[in-house]
Structure formats: C-alpha cells, structure tokens
Write a protein that binds this ligand. Structure first.
Ligand code: AMP
Ligand code: ZN
Length: 654
C-alpha cells in the first residue's frame, strides 16, 4: 500500500508541477482527481500521510497563533534608487573596484516576502520576513500554495527566499466567484491570506510564490546569481521569466525602462527592478550595511500609493439599486493625475478599516479608473465615523440590507436607479447612443417622464424641441442615435441590460458561448457556471434576470418596438479548416496548451466555446475527456482526437 501511495504522490506532484509551475498541463483534471481520490482513500485506510502528499495543500486546522522562526540567514531590505543617474552612481562605485563585473536584473515583486527552509529534501518551515532576524512561522499557510514544492531533489539544508503574490488573473477569477466580498488589491490579498490563521482561506486565494534567492546553504552550491536561478529551477521552483545579465549600465538602464513600460500588462504587481552583482564572491567582499546588502539595489518605480484627507462619504445609488459609498478626497497627485474621489466597497469595509471622515487615508491606484482607499494613515481629534444612510438618498425610500450591501427598495420609481440604468444602457460600450449623457437622461426623466428603456424609443422630436438647449441638429442626432440602437449586437445588448455583476467582458463571454438571446434566456444556471470565470453567484444573477417577468416583458416590448439583435455569427472571411465551426476543447492535449489550441482554431476561421450544445460542430477530445465528451456523443457531434487535430493543423502549415 505505501509503495502505491509513494507512486501516486510522485505522479500527482509531477502533474501539479507541470500545471502550476510550468503552466503546461500534462494531465486532464479528471485523471488528476481520480488518482487524488485514490490517494485520499489510501491515507485514510493506513493513517499514513507522507510529508509531500498533495492532500496537505487544502489547508489544515485553524491555528491559535503564529510561532516565531529565526532565519538562518538574515533577510535584508534593499537600498533604493529612483532615477537613471542614481543607478549609474551606484554602478560606478562598484565598477571602480570590480571592473567589468556583470550584474543581473530582475523584477521586484510587490507581495510578501517568504523564507522557505528545506532539509533532507523536504519543506520544513516557511516564515515571513518579520524584522529580518525572526519572522512568523506560516508553514501551514504556505503549504497550500501550489507553486511551492513540498519536496525537492536537493537534500542539503537551504533557505530559499521568494515573494508570495496573488496574480491579477487570480484576483479577478476570485472576485467573479465572490462578488459579495471582492478583493481590491493583489498585494494586500496575498499578505492577508498568508497572515490568516485559517489555512483554508489561504488556499482559496490561489496564491503563487516566485523565488529569487538562496539565502542560506550549508555548502557552496554555485558561484553566480545566474547559476543560482538554474539551481532553483532545477529544484522545481517557479522563478521569474524575466532575467537579464550584463556589465553594461546603459543596457541595464534600458531594461529598467522596458520593464516599467510593460509593468501594467504583467499578470502580477511589480514595484521596481532589482539589480544585483552576479558573482557571489564579489558579493561576499562587498558585504552588508546595517540594513542593506551593498551588492544590490532596487530601482523603485513611481509610487502608486499616497496619503490625503477624506473629506466626505457620499452614498450613490447604482443601477441595480445598490447604494455604494464614494469617498470625496482632498485633491492629491497620484501617478501624474489629480485625484479627488476614491472607491470604498461597502459599509463593513469602512468599519473594518476604521475609515473616518477628516482622517488621513492611504489611497492607491487600482485596476479601475478610480483609485481605492487602502487604509488609515492617521486619525485626528475632529475625525468622525462614517454613518450609513438610513433612507435612499435619491428617493427617500426604505432600505434593504442584504448581507453587507444596502439597497433601495423602490426599484421601479427611484430616480437615481432609473437614471443610472438608462445612462448605462446608452453608454458607449453598451448601446452606444450618442448624446445621451447622464445629464440628458436626467432632463428626460424630469421633463419627458422617461422611466423605462422602452420609453426611450417613444420620445418624439417635437417633445425634445421645446426643451432648453435642444437645437434642431442636436435633437435630430439624439433621435437618430436612439433609433439606430435598435439594431445591435448580442454582447452589447446583454451588457446594456445592466445585470448585476455582468460587465462588458462577461457580456461578451455569454454572447460568444450562447450565441443568441434565446439561448442565454433559456440557459440553466449550471450551464452558465460551466463557463470559465463564471461562479455560482454571477451565474445566478444572469439566470434570475431572465426569469423575472418584468425583465422579460421589457425585452418583449423592445422587440415589438423593433429591436433587432444580431446573433453571434460564425466567423467568416478568414479562410481556414475551422471556417464556420464552433469547436469545444476537452480533456488533456499532450502537445498543445489550451490557449494555443484555441488560438489556432480562432485564427483559422473557427470559434471556441466552453460548453457543448447543439450549436457546436466539433469536439476535440484529449486524453481522459469527461462529461463534455459524453454530451457530444449524445448530441451526435463530430469528435476528433488529438492526433487528428494535429493532422489538420499540419495541413495548415503546408
Ligand atoms: P523593501 O522591502 O522595499 O526594502 O525591498 C526588499 C524586498 O523586496 C525583499 O524583502 C523582497 O521581499 C522583495 N523583492 C521582490 N523581488 C525581489 C528580487 N527579485 N530580489 C530581491 N528582493 C526582492
Ligand atoms: Zn431610491
């Protein structure tokens, strides 16, 4: 039994390594799950759990507190520079004594540093940096991070340093699944997850660890930073994909600018670049100051966090009736723009962060246009608590509290709800009705009794002509634009409806997957959940919207007025073997990443979908394909295996 367990663990860890560290899955989820279940059963039967068993990754019991860990090698902070001149000065100082020595350049990850102790090939302890000498033992938390190997080939004692991060894509996936308690910032989300006493919370955040240094080792293992990276890679760690080595400061400075330019587009936060002397002997000679190593420096990019005073919290009624807090700030410069407003999620976040009016707060640039308040810098004697609203600030109706959110109960008649619903409907990414701004919608609400989306289409030019500021040309433009919007694309229409949690991207995904409004209307919640990035809550939002009589009547009314939705057509024009075909990929492909296979299909005239329906023409089934394959067989859809798929592509290449 224990031989089989050993074998299972080795296979499962290999699969996980390919999936999480290399980003190149070699097994189907179903195959992994089958072996995993077998291992669980064996562990239960024998009562034995090996040190590197993947079953340890789900997160164990809630801890009472953190133990201390004394680092074998102190963890230092990094000296900083912020301009090319400062970097050059630093470089020249070293170059004066070590002519033509090489430097390496890496990303400076913006997460939480972690120190991993391995002994006899096993992960023994993971600890935070703390004060550099001792940190907190967060082993139970870090074990849940799939990119941290529990077992490595090297059997000596080593401490390996890296950064715990939450990828931007992981954060957005998490938020799609947990729209009630969204995370705002990847760094805080990662740090909060590691410092959480409940390791299952850590596990739920889908963190990564990227390593960059061997801090301590009992023997000399390599002579340079470059060799160190190879050692780390060979031992199964994830290292940064960006790594440069050069003795030319001009070149390295260019690299820093290059990194800065592509920083926004990376899937993780970085706040600078780290330049290090490559040769470890020279590092020893240079040594450390009280706080920093002398052999490395961090080039810090412009701060994305500043402090300012919170002057007021306004409560805004959104199109769904949710009443959101908006922070009004003392204007402050952040990343080159003046900022006077920031978002705050909800009242419970305000309480949790102890955010008060007249206090000094931290604000940080976020992925949204409008920055967020991350915490409190200082309270003053005149700081006052933020009071939640007692009535709807727009219509004065009673409020409904749903978990942490507050809603106006007057859905059909609240002015702000109607105005923002219509403004959203008309916006550029939705129905693109030119000239129908928030202000105009307000005027129409007040003067023309505009209450619903269909009302929009009943507005007559004579009615507009008597309004202030509506000259003939303007009136004509708006009326034409309203009329033109009756012919629309499916994705834009779904988005325009303003369904809770359905943004532009989700609208597009729904349209691409279901292809017609009827199909979206009739989709079961489970079918929607099957789509990537759609969690249970968002799926229910869609389902509920289309199972609400009022909404359905409103849509029918639009159709009777003349609405025409162009269903999503199979792509044409672009010739190719997949021309006009909708293809579903399922199971594990041995020689393609999913994303590659998708791209090949799409660039050859085809489209891909996540779920099998009778709109699908072809299913490519890799090894161990599951329920999608069964469904395709039932529906009589053409199915090909990887070999055939490769053959089709080989033809393309000729
Ligand atoms: P600071 O905390 O700003 O003094 O910067 C030092 C911290 O930068 C270290 O403790 C690491 O957590 C972090 N860091 C991120 N990326 C790297 C890297 N490539 N090399 C060294 N340190 C890094
Ligand atoms: Zn209201």
């Amino acid at each position: 039994m224990s031989d089989r367990m050993r074998e299972l663990i080795d296979i499962l860890n290999k699969y996980a390594y390919h999936y999480y560290v290399l980003d190149e899955p070699i097994a189907a989820d179903k195959e992994y799950d089958k072996l995993y279940d077998e291992l669980c059963a064996a562990e239960k039967a024998t009562g034995i759990v090996f040190a590197d068993s993947p079953t340890k990754r789900v997160g164990g019991e809630v801890l009472k507190g953190f133990k201390k860990y004394t680092h074998k090698q102190r963890l230092y902070s990094l000296d900083k520079c912020q301009s090319a001149e400062e970097l050059k000065k630093w470089f020249e100082k070293i170059n004066a004594s070590y002519k033509n020595t090489a430097f390496t350049l890496e990303y400076k990850f913006d997460g939480l540093s972690v120190n991993l102790l391995y002994k006899d090939g096993l992960l023994k302890t993971a600890a935070t940096r703390g004060n550099g000498v001792t940190g907190e033992d967060v082993t139970a938390q870090i074990v849940t991070v799939k990119t941290v190997p529990l077992k490595i080939p090297y059997t000596g004692t080593v401490e390996i340093q890296g950064e715990v991060i939450m990828k931007k894509s992981a954060l957005s996936r998490y938020n799609q699944k947990n729209p009630d308690a969204p995370l705002k910032n990847e760094r805080n989300a990662a740090a909060g997850a590691v410092r959480n006493l409940d390791p299952t919370v850590t596990a739920s955040r889908m963190l990564d660890v990227i390593v960059y240094n061997v801090g301590y080792s009992e023997e000399s293992l390599f002579g340079t930073q470059s060799e160190m990276v190879v050692f780390l890679k060979n031992n199964g760690f994830r290292v940064a994909e960006y790594f440069k080595k050069s003795c030319d400061i001009e070149y390295l400075t260019e690299c820093v600018s290059e990194i800065n330019a592509k920083r926004e587009g990376l899937d993780y936060l970085i706040d600078g670049a780290v330049i290090k002397v490559d040769d470890l002997n020279i590092r020893d000679e240079l040594g450390y100051t009280e706080k920093f190593p002398r052999f490395s420096v961090a080039y810090k990019f412009e701060a994305i966090e500043v402090t300012t005073v919170l002057k007021e919290v306004k409560w805004q009624v959104s199109r769904t009736g949710k009443i959101n807090p908006l922070a009004i700030l003392e204007p402050v410069e952040l990343c080159g723009v003046t900022v006077a407003r920031a978002t705050l999620s909800n009242i419970s976040e305000i309480k949790r962060k102890d955010i008060r009016i007249n206090s000094k707060v931290f604000i940080r640039r976020s992925n949204d246009v409008i920055p967020e308040i991350t915490g409190i810098a200082e309270h003053y004697t005149d700081s006052v608590e933020v009071a939640p609203p007692t009535f709807c600030p727009s219509c004065g109706s009673e409020l409904r509290y749903d978990n942490i959110f507050i809603y106006c109960t007057n859905q059909d008649n609240c002015r702000d709800i109607i105005v923002s619903k219509l403004e959203h409907y008309a916006s550029k990414d939705a129905m693109d009705i030119v000239g129908l701004s928030e202000k105009t919608v307000e005027v129409f609400y007040d003067k023309l009794n505009l209450r619903t989306i269909p009302d929009l289409y009943r507005i007559k030019s004579e009615e507009l002509a008597v309004l202030d500021g509506f000259q003939e040309k303007k009136t004509e433009n708006i009326i034409n634009s309203i009329k033109a919007s009756l012919n629309t694309e499916l994705a834009d229409f779904i988005y325009a409806l303003g369904i809770e949690n359905i943004g532009k991207k989700a609208g597009k995904e729904l349209a691409a997957n279901f292809r017609s409004l009827d199909a979206v209307k009739n989709a079961a919640a489970e079918e929607i959940t099957e789509m990537r990035d759609f969690g249970g809550i968002t799926a229910n939002n869609v389902y509920d919207y289309f199972h609400n009589e009022k909404n359905l009547n409103m849509i029918d009314e639009l159709f009777s007025i003349g609405l025409q939705i162009n269903d999503v057509k199979k792509k044409s024009g672009n010739a190719g073997v997949f021309l006009g075909k909708t293809v579903v990929l399922t199971g594990a492909l041995a020689s393609f990443k999913r994303s590659q296979a998708k791209e090949i299909i799409e660039s050859n005239g085809g489209e891909t979908a996540d779920t099998v329906s009778n709109k699908v023409n072809l299913v490519v089934a890799g090894s161990d394909a599951g329920s999608k394959l069964d469904k395709a067989q039932k529906l009589g859809i053409e199915i090909i295996d990887e070999e055939k798929f490769s053959a089709l592509i080989a033809k393309l290449k000729k």
